[in-house]
Ligand binder design. Structure first.
Ligand code: SF4
Length: 319
């Protein structure tokens, strides 16, 4: 395994975690390394497993993204009309099978492919109450309804196949020699205005960093497809709210996004004791001072111990 190297890279989700808690960032991007191997130290195996964990709400968001992706691809490839009934049935099936998978602890054998939910791993019965899970499932359906009833199904039906540039494909660019990962939900050339629309579906409420995330797609579009600033438009679709925000991605927005990425790269790498080898020390990644953020954190077993943690008991962890 000597040739497997933990290469440094950057993404908006990595930056989000770095800003939320440095110790969580450490568990997720450093301590987890080799944790997919049975022979790895227990701490690495737990960090790897917990790094794959989801909450019921974020997993619901993933289902919405996956099902919209499937519908958009069908429109692109076959011009098949969107069907809310089909989406709802698929969502219901996935919610049910995933919940059972997590409840039964199938992740113990295969943490990469089998779902582990915070609600089963750490939660108590109130976290898994019918009222709570029904509310999250309802949000999944409302979000899909927001897509189906919104302007995109009709708009994409009259979009030429060749105008679809990217549908949820992970890709990357280089900035300052480092890999910057991007995964636009949808990038297509609009049939009316001729601009490259960079679309992000949101199942949550508007956040301060939403515009920035889409601006990183514009940096990618410039390098990958030669789309100059002003040739693209950012579109944030808040599915559950039924709102859409469109904004220009001119030279200033791109410069700002690039400067923010460079700043973030320097900050992340500056915290490493050996940035050339992407290696650091845990002590340089302190725990969050505001312990409020620990409440819903998936890594808290590693910070506070596994005593009383149902998932840790199920896995037979000693820490
Ligand atoms: S439990 Fe708290 S301190 Fe530990 S990683 Fe999570 S947020 Fe950070």
């Amino acid at each position: 395994m000597a040739d497997l190297k933990n290469e440094f890279s950057w993404s908006t989700s990595r930056r989000r975690l770095y800003d939320r808690c440095l110790r969580a960032y450490w568990w997720r991007y450093y301590a987890h390394w080799y944790g997919w191997m049975r022979s790895a130290p227990e701490e690495a195996r737990i960090a790897y497993r917990l790094g794959k964990q989801d909450s019921f709400a974020t997993w619901g968001g993933t289902i919405v993204h996956d099902l919209i992706e499937a519908e958009v691809k069908q429109i692109r490839d076959t011009k098949r009309a969107v069907s809310y009934e089909r989406m709802e049935k698929a969502a219901r099936d996935r919610l049910r099978t995933g919940w059972v998978e997590s409840r039964d602890g199938l992740w113990r054998r295969d943490p990469k492919r089998k779902l582990s939910l915070w609600e089963h791993y750490y939660g108590d019965p109130s976290d898994r109450s019918k009222e709570r899970t029904d509310a999250i499932a309802e949000k999944v359906y409302t979000s899909m309804r927001g897509f189906v009833d919104g302007p995109f199904p009709d708009l994409l039906m009259r979009t030429d196949r060749s105008a679809f540039k990217n549908i949820e494909v992970l890709d990357s660019i280089k900035i300052d020699g480092h890999t910057i990962y991007v995964k636009p939900d949808l990038a297509f050339v609009h049939p009316d205005d001729g601009l490259l629309w960079l679309v992000d579906w949101k199942t949550g409420k508007p956040g301060a960093a939403d515009d920035f995330q889409v601006a990183t797609y514009a940096l990618f579009a410039r390098e990958k497809w030669g789309v100059e600033p002003g040739g693209s438009k950012g579109v944030l679709v808040y599915l559950a709210e039924g709102e859409q925000k469109e904004f220009e991605l001119g030279p200033e927005a791109l410069d700002r996004a690039e400067a923010t990425i460079k700043e973030s790269l320097a900050e992340m790498r500056g915290r490493l004791s050996d940035p050339e080898n992407n290696a650091g020390d845990m002590d340089d990644f302190p725990m969050a001072e505001d312990r409020q953020v620990c409440t819903w954190c998936g890594f808290k077993q590693l910070c506070f111990g596994g005593a009383g943690v149902p998932g840790a008991a199920l896995a037979g962890d000693s820490i």
